[in-house]
Design a protein around this ligand. Structure first.
Ligand SMILES: Cc1ncc(COP(=O)(O)O)c(C=O)c1O
Length: 395
C-alpha cells in the first residue's frame, strides 16, 4: 500500500484509526459522489432508471469480488437482514437443528436462531469455542441428519480469527445441510471465493471492509440453493415480470432468478452510490493485496504487544490471524465492556492518546484497513509502552 492510497482517506492521517472491524473509514471520493447524489435529489434531476442500472452494476461488482454470478446476489440493507431472509425461507419442522458457536457470533447471528426455536421448535446446538477459535471438531460432531443449517462467521467479530470453513462445509454437505456464513468482517479484507469455499450463503454489509455507508449490503445464495427457497417477503424486483410492474394481475407468482428473489422494493440508492465509488478503490488495489497488507500490520502489532508482555488472544501470528488483533482476556466482559480493570485503564489511556479502536467481549480490538501503515502500529506500541512505564513508576 502506498502514500497515494492513504491520502484518499483523510481520516487515516487525522487520527490513528484502527477500527475497521466496527466501521471502515470512507474515502473522500465517496463523500463527493454522495454530494452529487443529494444535489440531484434537491434539484429534481435524478433519474431512477439510471440509479437502478447502478444497483445492477454494483451487484455485478460485488458478485465478481466473491467469485459468484450476478444472479446469486440479492441487495439487502445489512448482515442481519441477509441472515434473516435466508433463515426464514426454509421450511422448518420441530426437531430440526442449527449448529452454531454463539460465543464467537455477533448477536445479530444469534437471536434469529432462538426465534426459530420459539416459533417452530428448532433446536439450537450451541458449541463452545476453543481458545477463541471456532470449535471445528465439536461442530462437525454435532452435525446429524436433522441439521438444516451450520452457521459461522468467516472472521469472528472478536477475537477476529479466520474460520477454517472447509471441514464445516464438508460435514454439512454429507447430511444435506446448508452452510450460512456471516461475512461482515471478511469481505474487502480477506480474499474470498464462495465457490472454492463451497458455502451456500453469505451475508455482508458495506460499512466495514467495503469502506462505505451503513444501510447497504448483500446476500449471496448459491443458485441451486436459492432456486429451492420460498421467500417470506416478496415485492417488485423480487418477482419476474415480463412487462411493467403494474401489468401483474393474478397469474402464478414467478420469482426472480437465483438470489434476486430476495430483493424487495426500492433500493438504498444512496448506499449504492457510495458503495460503487468505494469499490473502485477496493477493486483497483485488489482484495488479495489488501489482505496481505492488513495481515502484515496485524502480525507486527501482535508480535510487538507479545514482546512487551501483553496478552494477545491466539498468541503469535499464525493461520488464524486476519486483520484484527485482540489483547486482553476474551469473554471477560459483555459485548462492549471488559471486567479486568487493567484492560479498562489501558483502553482509557489509548482513547486519550487519540487512538480509535474497540472494546469487545473483554478485549481491546485493533483492526487494520488498506489505509493503515506501519506508523499506526508504532503509535499503538509506543502508547502501550508509555502506559506500562507510567504504571511501573507509580507502583
Ligand atoms: C460478525 C458481524 N456480524 C454482523 C455485524 C453487524 O450486523 P448488521 O450489518 O446487521 O448491523 C457485525 C458488526 O457490526 C459483525 O462484526
Amino acid at each position: 500500500m502506498n502514500e497515494h492510497i492513504r491520502s484518499l482517506f483523510p481520516g487515516a492521517s487525522e487520527r490513528t484509526y484502527l477500527n475497521i472491524a466496527a466501521k471502515g473509514l470512507i474515502p473522500a471520493t465517496v463523500r463527493d459522489v454522495v454530494h452529487e447524489y443529494l444535489d440531484a435529489q434537491v434539484s429534481g434531476t435524478s433519474n431512477k432508471d439510471v440509479l437502478r442500472e447502478g444497483v445492477d452494476e454494483t451487484r455485478a461488482l460485488l458478485a465478481s469480488m466473491i467469485g459468484a454470478d450476478t444472479d446469486e446476489v440479492a441487495i439487502t440493507k445489512n448482515v442481519s437482514e441477509g441472515l434473516n431472509l435466508f433463515a426464514a425461507s426454509l421450511e422448518w419442522h420441530a426437531g430440526d437443528n442449527v449448529v452454531i458457536c454463539p460465543e464467537l457470533e455477533h448477536p445479530n447471528n444469534i437471536y434469529l436462531w432462538f426465534n426459530l426455536a420459539r416459533r417452530y421448535g428448532v433446536e439450537v446446538r450451541s458449541i463452545d469455542p476453543v481458545d477463541g477459535m471456532m470449535p471445528i471438531e465439536a461442530m462437525v460432531a454435532a452435525i446429524d441428519d436433522r441439521t438444516r443449517i451450520v452457521t459461522f462467521p468467516t472472521i469472528s467479530f472478536a477475537p477476529g480469527f479466520i474460520t477454517d470453513v472447509e471441514p464445516l462445509v464438508r460435514a454439512a454437505r454429507s447430511v444435506g445441510a446448508w452452510t450460512l456464513a456471516d461475512g461482515a468482517q471478511s469481505i474487502g479484507s480477506l480474499d474470498t471465493d464462495v465457490r472454492a469455499l463451497g458455502i451456500d450463503a453469505l451475508a455482508v454489509a458495506t460499512q466495514k471492509g467495503l469502506l462505505s455507508l451503513y444501510g447497504f449490503g448483500f446476500l449471496y445464495v448459491r443458485r441451486e440453493v436459492a432456486e429451492q427457497l420460498v421467500p417470506i417477503h416478496v415485492a417488485r424486483y423480487g418477482i419476474s415480470l415480463d412487462a411493467h410492474e403494474t401489468a401483474y394481475s393474478d397469474g402464478p407468482l414467478e420469482y426472480a432468478p437465483g438470489a434476486r428473489r430476495f430483493d424487495l422494493g426500492n433500493y438504498n440508492y444512496l448506499g449504492m452510490t457510495a458503495t460503487r465509488a468505494a469499490l473502485e478503490i477496493v477493486t483497483a488495489v485488489g482484495v488479495g493485496a489488501i489482505e496481505a497488507h492488513v495481515q502484515g500490520l496485524a502480525a507486527r502489532l501482535a508480535d510487538g504487544l507479545i514482546d512487551m508482555g501483553m496478552p494477545v488472544v491466539g498468541g503469535r501470528p499464525g493461520v488464524h490471524l486476519a486483520h484484527i488483533v485482540s489483547s486482553g482476556h476474551l469473554g471477560s466482559g459483555r459485548h462492549y465492556s471488559a471486567d479486568d480493570p487493567e484492560v479498562n485503564a489501558l483502553h482509557r489511556h489509548l482513547v486519550d492518546e487519540g487512538i480509535v479502536f474497540s472494546l469487545r467481549s473483554g478485549v481491546l480490538r485493533f483492526s487494520f484497513g488498506l489505509y493503515n501503515d506501519a506508523s499506526d502500529v508504532e503509535r499503538v506500541l509506543s502508547s502501550v509502552r508509555a502506559w506500562k512505564e507510567e504504571g511501573v513508576l507509580a507502583s
